[in-house]
Design a binder for this molecule. Structure first.
Ligand code: TXA
Ligand code: MG
Length: 328
């Protein structure tokens, strides 16, 4: 098996119940045909994913969603019209005898997404089936945002990987429940934020971040963490370099660090970008986690980011980093 495979090879493998990794605009996905029990079982086993954690199903478009018997209400249609294809996922009711139940860990709801990544779109189109795809990483670890990360983590277990370069957003999709016409719940923050969704409905529908931690079964498991201990950077005076440590600094903090009396030129630094530039930082955050582990850093301090006037990506980024810090 070559290290990386073509789109046509991926389609052939998927049609035969195999499992392949491929790029999406958010993070790499580990895909199998959503109604194929063998493929779904294999996804769980490759990831070592708890059995009660359902998979997101990816569709080519609204037409295919409807063909699979899923119904959309007015606000759901409007959300998909505005933000899809793209980094948003919707929780929908699953019809009783749906074959997608294989991918939903027995739940009566399914989360659907219409990806915009060209490679993924072509794969769904040619397979002509919805594809279940969790992020392509061992459960509990951060997601992969380039093909090498997938290869290092899952390489020998998957039936193939399509190399599509670095993912555009670098963070997992926003998951929302828009089944209630009065209140839209954000179950997982992502690239599309609360303000954008509120804007779409001209503030006529309330949009809230769900407070229930178990709205998505996956959120009760450990997530997003590098092996290195990650800590928010507070004061330079409190930094402890007794073990192999890296500083992940915003441009602003780097300048301060270099002028500080605690500055130590032996300590390795990685510049995140400006503290205002959450999009840029999101795109590379998991690659920085990967690099930390690869270089066997034991600890990393990370700069606080600006979340005043926060965009979707800023919120999602801080949520992911906080979870990695707390190893939640
Ligand atoms: O951007 C993304 O959404 C990526 C790419 C590959 O599309 N996928 C992704 O999948 O992040 P995953 O499996 O890593 O995260 C999906 C989350 C999990 O926390 C899971 O518990 C939740 O969605 N989920 C899936 N189906 C659900 C359902 N029917 N009801 C509630 N939560 C669900
Ligand atoms: Mg995941």
């Amino acid at each position: 098996m070559p290290k990386y495979i073509s789109i046509d090879k991926a389609v052939e493998l998927l049609k035969n119940g195999k499992v392949i990794a491929l790029p999406t605009e958010t993070v790499y996905g580990l895909a199998g045909v959503a109604s194929n029990e063998k493929a779904i079982k294999k996804i769980y086993s490759i990831k070592n994913r708890p059995k009660d954690n359902p998979l997101i199903c990816h569709f080519y478009g609204v037409k295919q969603i409807k063909e699979w018997g899923l119904e959309l209400n007015e606000q759901e249609k409007k959300i998909l019209e505005k933000f899809s294809p793209g980094p948003i996922s919707l929780k929908l009711q699953l019809p009783k005898d749906s074959k997608l139940k294989i991918a939903t860990a027995g739940l009566t709801s399914v989360i659907v997404r219409i990806p915009s990544n060209k490679i993924f779109k072509e794969v769904i189109k040619k397979t002509n089936m919805p594809l279940a795809a969790p992020s392509a990483n061992t459960s509990g670890k951060f997601s992969a945002t380039n093909a090498q990360m997938v290869y290092d983590d899952l390489g020998k277990k998957v039936d193939g990987i399509i190399d599509g370069g670095t993912c555009k957003f670098g963070l997992e999709s926003t998951i929302i429940d828009a089944s209630n016409p009065k209140l839209i719940l954000i179950l997982r923050p992502g690239p599309i934020g609360k303000k954008e969704i509120e804007g779409l409905f001209k503030n006529k529908i309330k949009v809230e971040h769900s407070k229930k931690k178990t709205q998505t079964p996956g959120s009760k498991y450990k997530h997003y963490s590098p092996d290195a201990e990650l800590i928010w950077l507070r004061e330079f005076s409190k930094l402890d370099f007794s073990i192999k440590t890296k500083l992940l600094l915003t441009k602003e903090d780097k300048l301060k660090w270099e002028k500080s009396k605690y500055f130590n030129s032996q300590i390795s630094i990685e510049v995140l970008g400006s503290k205002e530039d959450s999009k840029k930082i999101s795109k590379k955050i998991y690659q920085l986690f990967y690099q930390l582990d690869k270089e066997q850093f034991q600890r990393a301090y990370i700069s606080k980011l600006n979340t005043n006037n926060a965009s979707g990506s800023a919120n999602a980024l801080v949520e992911r980093i906080s979870k990695a810090i707390n190893k939640e």
